[in-house]
Ligand binder design. Structure first.
Ligand code: AMP
Ligand code: MG
Length: 501
């Protein structure tokens, strides 16, 4: 996927970017103004050229001291009014009270003409303590920063709404997690970092005026087209609910598990936000839990669609008075299921190479998923290889068939699949090329991230660059990196992703 042409024209130097901070125009109770805590002896770990392009930042800047000092938090950006925002939220279904940016500092926003909002906010994650740090040290370790950086850019490569990651700046300074680890700062970008929990914060604190100010701010900045509707607050909830439903549908069809779908990690823009113990499904198991602290499986793969809806209800609850009634609020929330179902159906159909819609299509998908579950088939490999099937010649099935232990089960499914394909007019070649554009060959498997992390801890950042190239173009072949698309090696079965970050 190529990045769109950037109307900013020739790339700019860092000092040529203009900064403002619209969030800072909200009353003082919404945030605490502060500057990042300096990061000792920062060094560059990784940069995303594609993310930089969004704000028109020239690659020639990446090697400069200005770049390092700005994105380590060691030098304030001109005209920026940096701050940490307050929010609250439900964590694991329980009201957690006040949270807030405990280690992320919003620098401000700059022009991003290809974005619908026209601008992107930049935030330094791991930039030191804030009044919302509670017991935390305000830092992020290199390990979790690499995971956030790579997954943000991988999701963008997959065409899934996400906050972006501009760069990682590292330091030899150590902080304590399960063991001492080196720290880093990730610069992330989003049209807004307002969360569902930002709304809940004012609702639970019984501050309706602040709640209204926040809703007006979000409407104006992200959803200005809704301002003219009869009930803009209802329209806002409806749009956020719709976007959230579509986002979760995207996740399900690439096997992405967020891991911590607390309402404070839910973006009001409808993007994937706050990458922590996330995972991509490997051996397919609908009940899979990628976050080891989630003992009940609240955020397991199969629960994500329901949790997405639950979170929209939490947002809705905070907005009832603003919207003007429970019925109107429920009406907005009612878009969740139809939006989810329509989106996931169209995504699954595309993954199977179906051009038209037929009533039995979702049963065809379900029966494939059931067969995958009973055979623990690798999610990404299955869908990628499925395009090699020929309508009239089962001798080409081997690559997919071999992923199943119960081959007869797969063969039985292909009978129905072929029958369905024959009711369409696509050629094998055309179907293959369409399917290969929606079924990624490369996803950020945990072990791939782990290898990159281990090398980076030895100051070798080359693996991050390789992964970034593959994940930015996950639908392309990259023949020299074939092994990155294969089943994880045996040792990877024992990786436990630490939830500390
Ligand atoms: P998370 O689970 O990463 O979404 O974080 C939940 C809350 O804990 C947020 O308010 C974070 O800002 C805060 N937090 C997480 N890690 C740290 C840390 N090392 N220092 C300060 N605050 C943190
Ligand atoms: Mg969070």
């Amino acid at each position: 996927m190529n990045s769109p042409e950037n109307p900013l024209g020739p790339s700019r130097l860092l000092d040529e970017l203009t900064w403002s901070n619209s969030f800072a125009s909200l009353p003082a109770g919404f945030y605490t103004k502060l500057t990042p805590t300096p990061l000792p002896n920062p060094y560059r770990v990784a940069v995303s050229t594609r993310a930089a392009e969004l704000i028109g930042l020239a690659p020639s800047e990446f090697d400069t001291d200005e770049f390092l000092t700005a994105f380590s938090g060691n030098r304030p950006l001109p005209q920026s009014e940096s701050l940490a925002a307050v929010y609250s939220g439900h964590q694991f279904g329980v009201w957690a009270g006040q949270l807030g940016d405990g280690r992320a500092i919003l620098l401000g926003e700059t022009l991003a003409p290809t974005e619908p909002s026209g601008s992107l906010e930049l935030q330094l994650k791991g930039a030191g303590k804030t009044p919302y740090s509670r017991m935390g040290d305000g830092r992020a370790v290199l390990r979790s920063s690499i995971r956030e950086f790579l997954c943000s850019e991988a999701m963008a490569g997959l065409g899934i709404p996400t906050s972006r990651a501009l760069c990682i700046v590292g330091s030899d300074m150590r902080v304590m997690r399960e063991q001492p680890e080196t720290t880093a700062v990730v610069t992330r970008m989003a049209p807004s970092f307002v969360r569902f929990g930002s709304f809940e914060h004012w609702f639970y604190n019984q501050k309706p005026d602040e709640l209204k100010l926040l809703a007006d701010y979000v409407l104006e900045k992200i959803y200005p087209h809704l301002l003219d509707t009869a009930n803009p607050y209802q329209a806002l909830l409806k749009e956020v609910t719709h976007r959230t439903a579509e986002l979760v549908a995207h996740w399900q069809t690439v096997g992405f598990m967020h891991g911590v779908l607390n309402t404070d990690n839910m973006s009001i823009v409808g993007q994937t936000l706050d990458y922590g113990p996330f995972g991509f499904m490997e051996a397919y198991e609908p009940a899979h839990i990628c976050n080891h602290t989630d003992q009940q499986g609240r955020y397991s793969y199969r629960m994500q669609p329901r949790i997405g809806e639950w979170n929209c209800y939490a947002l809705g609850q905070a907005m009832v008075a603003l919207i003007g009634g429970v019925d109107e609020t429920q009406e907005a929330l009612a878009v969740y299921n139809p939006s989810y179902e329509a989106k996931i159906a169209s995504l699954w159909r595309a993954k199977l190479g179906l051009q038209s819609a037929e009533p039995g299509d979702m049963e065809l998908v379900e029966s494939l998923l059931d067969a995958m579950a009973s055979n623990r088939v690798d999610f990404s490999l299955l869908f990628r290889r499925l395009s090699s099937l020929k309508i009239d010649d089962p001798s080409h099935d081997t690559a997919v068939r071999d992923l199943f232990i119960d081959r007869a089960l797969f063969d039985a499914w292909t009978v129905n699949y072929r029958r369905r394909l024959k009711r369409e007019s696509s050629s094998d070649e055309a179907r293959k090329s369409a399917m290969d554009r929606v079924n990624p060959k490369f996803v950020l498997r945990n072990y791939l991230a782990q290898v990159a992390i281990q090398k980076a801890e030895q100051k070798d950042f080359s693996e991050i660059e390789i992964l970034l190239t593959l994940l930015e173009n996950p639908f392309d072949e990259h023949p020299q990196y074939e092994s990155y698309a294969e089943l994880p090696p045996d040792w990877a079965a024992h990786i436990e992703v630490s939830c500390s970050s």
